[in-house]
Write a protein that binds this ligand. Structure first.
Ligand code: TXA
Ligand code: MG
Length: 333
């Protein structure tokens, strides 16, 4: 199989919706990263997602919906969930809630909860409207690898495993959604930091969040929450996370090494290393948008290793998400 990349014409959208109805997988753009979508009510189609990604069956999928009305079909909503949805949907916020029985076990890995999010990308929304049902979709990459932010990234990673990719250009936000566990609305837990910061969620909820993502750093590969693996989002190139790429480190890094600065350096201190940066202006928003594209570009060079600068303290609301992904990408196998 070789995946076909489709331009977003009306005729192609109809073709891809028909493919979803038939139980095929379609990679779709969202505002965060590309997703690998299937009809959420079709257990067999959802099982194909796990095979295509090489994803463990115990790692459940996010169900994508148009909004609260469709979310109510798959999840038991509570006031906290409604409050957050009104503030942040459509957008990069995923909520874990008690599931309804229509959701197949294949989607939730047999859990009694389901993760739901309303994506903000207009093409994903069009497909949801035309399909008339929720779509289950994890990020469209091989399990554990760097998430895709362009149709070409999806093609490179999964081109031989899936039939269809809808091209929606580069993803606006560039890192995955924030995930919050609201099964107990009195004790909301942050499962994965994302573009929407913990502080923003706390402001709307009016209470503090328990941060599971940071609590799960101990040396173990077994997830505390499903999917919260210590090693994840890893490029093929060996990644070393540093606080700053100093001039001395850059000089030491001779041929065979890439350097990924957080901010574009005024005077790059090495000419032998291959030099990349996440952000020209230092804002965490642009850094998040470019992070995965930089890692994909570096992987294409087949270098020995890579030094990456963490987002500095106070860089902005996306810094926690960037550093969470970099810590997991740097974790040893
Ligand atoms: O931005 C995003 O969220 C992207 C786009 C495509 O929407 N999706 C995404 O999906 O990042 P994925 O599968 O790569 O990450 C979803 C995470 C996994 O770590 C999974 O274990 C967790 O959400 N998850 C899903 N359902 C869950 C549940 N019921 N309880 C706890 N964690 C859950
Ligand atoms: Mg993923």
């Amino acid at each position: 199989m070789t995946a076909q990349i489709y331009a977003p014409t009306q005729a192609n959208l109809h073709r891809l919706v028909a493919a979803l109805h038939e139980g095929d997988l379609v990679a779709l753009p969202t505002e965060t990263v590309y997703g690998l979508a299937a009809n959420a009510f079709d257990a067999r189609a959802c099982q194909k997602i796990f095979r295509a990604k090489g994803r463990p069956k115990a790692d459940p999928l996010i169900v994508h919906v148009l909004g609260l009305q469709q979310a109510a079909l798959v999840a038991e909503l509570n006031p906290a969930a409604r409050q957050l949805a009104r503030a942040f949907w459509p957008g990069p916020l995923t909520m874990v809630l008690p599931k309804k029985s229509v959701v197949p076990d294949a989607v939730t890995s047999g859990l009694s909860s389901v993760a739901v999010r309303a994506p903000a990308h207009s093409l994903f929304q069009k497909i949801l409207r035309m399909a008339g049902r929720p779509l289950a979709a994890p990020s469209a990459n091989r399990f554990g690898c760097v998430s895709p932010t362009t149709a070409e990234h999806v093609q490179e990673g999964l081109g031989r495993q899936i039939p269809h990719i809808l091209d929606g250009g580069s993803c606006q936000m560039g890192v995955e959604s924030t995930i919050v566990d609201l099964r107990d609305p009195d004790r909301p837990r942050l499962l994965r930091p994302g573009v929407i910061s913990a502080a923003q969620l706390e402001t709307v909820l009016g209470k503090p969040l328990v941060d599971i993502a940071r609590a799960s750093q101990p040396a173990s590969d077994s997830p505390i929450a499903p999917g919260m693996m210590k090693r994840h989002y890893s490029p093929k190139t060996e990644l070393h996370l540093v606080r700053r790429i100093t001039a001395r480190l850059a000089r030491e890094a001779d041929r065979g090494v890439a350097l990924l600065y957080y901010r574009k350096p005024a005077n790059p201190s090495s000419t032998k290393g291959r030099i990349f940066w996440m952000s020209s202006d230092g804002s965490s928003r642009t850094a998040a948008r470019r992070l995965y594209a930089a890692l994909h570009a570096i992987d294409r060079l087949s270098l020995r290793c890579l030094y990456v600068e963490a987002a500095p303290a106070g860089a902005g609301p996306e810094a926690a998400a960037i550093n969470d992904r970099l810590r997991r990408a740097a974790a040893r196998r």
